[in-house]
Ligand binder design. Structure first.
Ligand code: TXE
Length: 496
């Protein structure tokens, strides 16, 4: 079996390499439920090699000698190469994580904009000359890169989530060691070839593949890693935070959510229903921003449920590589088991399953890792299905009676990644958007992201922001430089 699989190697210091120990991991095609590729199963010594390469590239050679303008030009050149190869990279993602080609192709095309945007920003990071309370002092600040940044990413949108980190980190002058998810590493291993073609020096971007608790943990605790930028589950994020503590690493964590999508009585219901569908059934619910709790005003509740099930029922399940497919498989077997367990928890806790509720009966889907789009009504916010991140196509509908109750339920969650508000009343939208305990609030839209718009979580949904101008400071540190302009000697025993 193994001979028929395609092998993909890591990139370290500009060279393609397998794991030192010669071990491999199979990568699965979720639509067929069988392995299609192999990636190196790395260990601590491979992590040491990748970090050493990134550290050397940060300290000496062409990269630290480049001006920010030169770094920016490389990033812009890379953006052009991404656009050229977007379709190929999108197809690899679909094969590896089972998400729709329509979605992965759109993501791989769009991610070019992050490199263009941060490429343009690279030479606009300015320090300040301080007005100074001490007239003989000339004092200024400059923003400097941190060093080696480890990027640990998830399987749901491998290249887009990586780009949110990598474009800003490189624009700031850092070097990178990337650890993609063991469930979907292939697109990252292919993508990094473009850096050499764009003209980046070897060692600036390196990869190391393998299991989270081995390779991820080794990176997160490595003494020569200055910062870890992570996307994944909140429990893993917590481990990464702890692993970085002894060496006082900076961390940014993009974690999960249990986002509330609120439909008020005055909403445009056509738009709201489509927003609810896109919030939970797009990507089979495998998105951190899934609007997995749909809060609906009691006066429109039944109508919304009826319209929603009508749309969701017609969603075309099938091969994610075909452009017309709307619901594909979920990415991993453990993920499918977790989703099915959460569906059972919903039923056991007394929610009413009005659609789906298991695996599809059609034998055409027997081999792949499919779960039916599932809708629960009668959910109360203390049920497990309303509290735990399902990361699958499972919607929990909760009825509410007034705005205060909707806001209270929305905020009664350990998470705070995003929320949606559907209303035509501008005052209500402004007040509710202010009250939401979430890093993003969408009003009359859902699941919108942009390279210009800061993104990140409140509460257990994370630390730090990605995208937007301010996010580059997550990859910089400030140095203050003091000059004395007069040749006076002051009393050395008091603070100057
Ligand atoms: O994520 P993990 P998984 C959520 C979602 C899902 C759950 C588990 O709820 O059900 O997380 O998914 C690496 N030290 N999200 O198992 O485990 C791992 O190898 C260092 C939310 O895929 O968090 C991978 O590269 N690294 C989400 C990355 O961490 C470790 C996207 C993410 O894996 C590690 C995906 C360790 N001890 C899942 N253990 C989102 N926010 O979009 C694992 N890793």
């Amino acid at each position: 079996m193994a001979q028929t699989l395609q092998d993909f190697e890591n990139l370290v210091n500009g060279k393609r390499i397998a794991a030192r120990g010669g071990q491999w991991l199979d990568s699965y095609d979720p639509y067929r439920g069988e392995p299609w590729a192999r990636i190196p199963r790395c260990a601590q010594s491979d992590v040491d090699d990748a970090v050493a390469a990134a550290r050397a590239a940060f300290r000496s050679g062409p990269w630290p000698a480049m001006t920010p303008t030169e770094r920016g030009k490389l990033l812009v050149r890379l953006a052009g190469l991404i656009e050229r190869d977007a379709e190929r990279l999108g197809r690899l993602e679909t094969q590896d994580n089972g998400k729709l080609i329509a979605e992965m192709g759109a993501q791989t095309r769009y991610m070019a904009e992050w490199y263009r945007y941060f490429g343009g920003l690279a030479d606009k990071i300015e320090g300040r000359v301080l007005p100074m309370d001490k007239p003989s002092r000339f004092t200024f600040t400059r923003h400097e890169p941190l060093g080696v940044v480890a990027m640990i990413t998830a399987w749901n949108s491998p290249l887009l989530l990586l780009s949110w980190k990598l474009a800003a980190a490189l624009a700031a002058g850092n070097t990178a060691v990337i650890k993609p998810s063991e469930h979907a590493s292939v697109s990252t291993l292919e993508f990094v070839s473009l850096f050499e073609e764009a003209g980046f020096p070897p060692g600036v971007v390196n990869t190391v593949t393998g299991l989270g608790p081995d390779v991820g943990a080794a990176l997160a605790s490595h003494p020569d890693v200055a910062k870890v930028a992570f996307t994944g589950g909140d429990m893993t994020g917590q481990k990464i935070y702890e692993a970085g503590a002894p060496s006082l690493k900076r961390v940014s964590l993009e974690l999960g959510g249990k986002s509330a999508n609120i439909i008020f009585a005055d909403a445009n219901l056509d738009a709201a229903v489509m927003g609810a569908v896109s919030g939970i059934f797009a990507a089979s619910g495998q998105t951190c921003i899934a609007g997995s709790r749909l809060l609906v005003h009691r006066s429109v509740h039944d109508e919304v449920v009826e319209r929603l099930t009508e749309v969701a029922r017609t969603a075309k399940m099938g091969n994610p590589a075909e452009p017309g497919t709307q619901v594909g498989p979920v990415t991993t077997q453990p993920q499918r088991a977790h989703i099915l367990k959460m569906i059972e928890a919903g039923k056991a806790d007394g929610a009413r399953c009005v659609m789906g509720g298991g695996t599809p009966k059609d034998p055409a889907f027997a081999q792949g890792w499919f779960v039916e789009p599932t809708i629960f009504t009668g959910v109360s916010n203390d049920m497990r299905v309303a509290r735990i991140e399902v990361f699958g196509p499972v919607l929990s509908i909760i009825a509410f009676d007034d705005d205060a109750e909707a806001i209270r339920i929305a905020n009664d969650s350990p998470y705070g990644l995003a929320s949606g508000l559907w209303t035509r009343d501008i005052g209500r939208a402004i007040n509710a958007s202010r009250a939401m305990e979430s890093g993003t609030v969408w009003v009359n839209t859902y699941r919108a992201v942009s390279f210009m718009a800061p993104f990140g979580g409140y509460k257990r949904s994370g630390i730090g922001r990605e995208s937007g101008q301010e996010s580059i400071y997550e990859f910089l540190q400030t140095k203050t430089v003091w000059f004395e302009t007069e040749e006076s000697t002051s009393n050395p025993f008091i603070i100057r």
